[in-house]
Design a protein around this ligand. Structure first.
Ligand code: SAH
Length: 355
């Protein structure tokens, strides 16, 4: 195990078998070492900086039927909403005034938002906030559509692969294909987006071997952003009675992602905060360097029920900005309100490894 961790730290790579061995056999002592090496790696590129993003959940309509997600089309217990372009711009404006310089627009796969509307939203955000970055997280689209939105000003795109195992993926996503998911990710990268992907930890029937495949997929696509969060059952879905994913396993995965992709931007996910009280701050201490503040209007936040428990975290964005910054400062981190692009600098080798 010691050699494996050293190899991961020095080469930023492991084989599938090595990853599987690590995931299955890591004990408390080596877990501490993994977390230490991950933190050290993050500090080489980012020092103690944590970037902030403003999340706008602009529609909870969805044509898909993902078995874990409360926005699935068959869920009749969720009140559906859409924000207008003006409401989205108002959310951006309130975030901009707080100092945020990245807006992440997320929704279900909602056909109402046609290519033309998405292009218009991107142009208007870039017109009004030219020094801010725009990230879309709206699911699968054609290559041509991704390209038009990019040309209209979108800088980044988040599309988690959810699971790298075709059988598990297709079992959880009726009428969707794993190949298409991968094709979308490749298209996003080749168009020039800073692209993000990621997976869910603790999905029913997920094995350590599948997690090893998830980690390798992220490494192979060489993503600029990676989101990994625990599975949380949602009461109106077919997986409502399944157990949540563990925060320990999620933290181990985050640390491995940091070591495989040292420069990648990793958010401390809300899902991590839901499964464990200290979840997100532990995520930051170990590997994460991005915090997403929810800028959606209160009525929308409450209806964007991808999983249960999310609504317990409904502080206003301003409140959570202040409390998050003071928590970060107490742990020795500093908030960086800049755009926070994928770094074009090289690492700082002042952070030396001590065996
Ligand atoms: N429609 C967009 C956004 C989906 S919601 C898209 O397809 O990319 C954002 C993320 O929430 C998903 O990618 C999924 O990984 C996560 N998610 C949804 N339901 C979840 C659940 N029950 N537990 C944990 N994560 C969940």
């Amino acid at each position: 195990m010691k050699n494996l961790l050293l190899k991961l730290y020095t080469t930023n790579a492991l084989t599938k078998d090595e990853l599987l061995y690590l995931l299955t056999n890591i004990d408390e002592e080596y877990e501490k070492e993994l977390f230490r090496l991950s933190d050290l790696t993050r500090r080489k590129y980012y020092s103690n900086k944590v970037y902030f993003r403003g999340l706008i959940e602009f529609s909870n309509h969805c044509r898909n039927t993902c078995k874990y997600c409360g926005l699935r089309t068959q869920n009749k217990n969720v009140e559906r909403y859409r924000l207008s372009t003006q409401e989205i711009l108002d959310c951006c404006d309130s975030g901009y005034k707080m100092g945020l310089r990245t807006f992440v627009l997320q929704s279900g796969e909602d056909g109402y938002f046609t290519e033309d509307i998405l292009v218009d939203i991107a142009k208007r955000i870039k017109d009004e906030f030219p020094d801010a970055a725009l990230t879309y997280s709206i699911g699968e689209k054609s290559e041509a559509c991704y390209e038009k939105i990019f040309n209209a000003g979108a800088d980044r795109f988040l599309l988690r692969h959810e699971s790298a195992n075709k059988k598990l993926y297709e079992g959880l996503h009726p009428n969707m294909s794993f190949e298409n998911r991968l094709k979308c990710l490749k298209n996003l990268k080749s168009i020039g987006y800073q692209a993000g992907s990621g997976f869910i930890v603790g999905l029913p029937n997920q094995t350590d071997e599948i997690i090893a495949e998830d980690l390798l997929l992220l490494k192979n696509i060489d993503l600029q952003m990676v989101g990994v969060g625990p599975f949380i059952p949602q009461s109106d879905t077919p997986l409502c009675d399944c157990e949540s994913g563990s925060s320990r396993k999620t933290l181990i995965c985050l640390a491995i992602v940091r070591l495989l992709l040292p420069k990648t931007l990793i958010p401390a996910t809300t899902a991590l905060a839901v499964v464990s009280k200290d979840g997100w701050i532990n995520g930051v201490k170990i590997a994460a360097n991005v915090i997403m503040l929810n800028l959606s209007p209160p009525s929308a936040k409450d209806k964007y029920r991808i999983y249960d428990g999310k609504n317990l975290l409904l502080d206003s964005a301003k409140q959570s900005l202040c409390s998050t910054i003071s928590k970060l400062n107490r742990e020795g981190f500093v908030a960086d309100m800049s755009k926070g692009n994928y770094p074009d600098w090289e690492r700082n080798d002042n952070y030396e490894y001590n065996a």
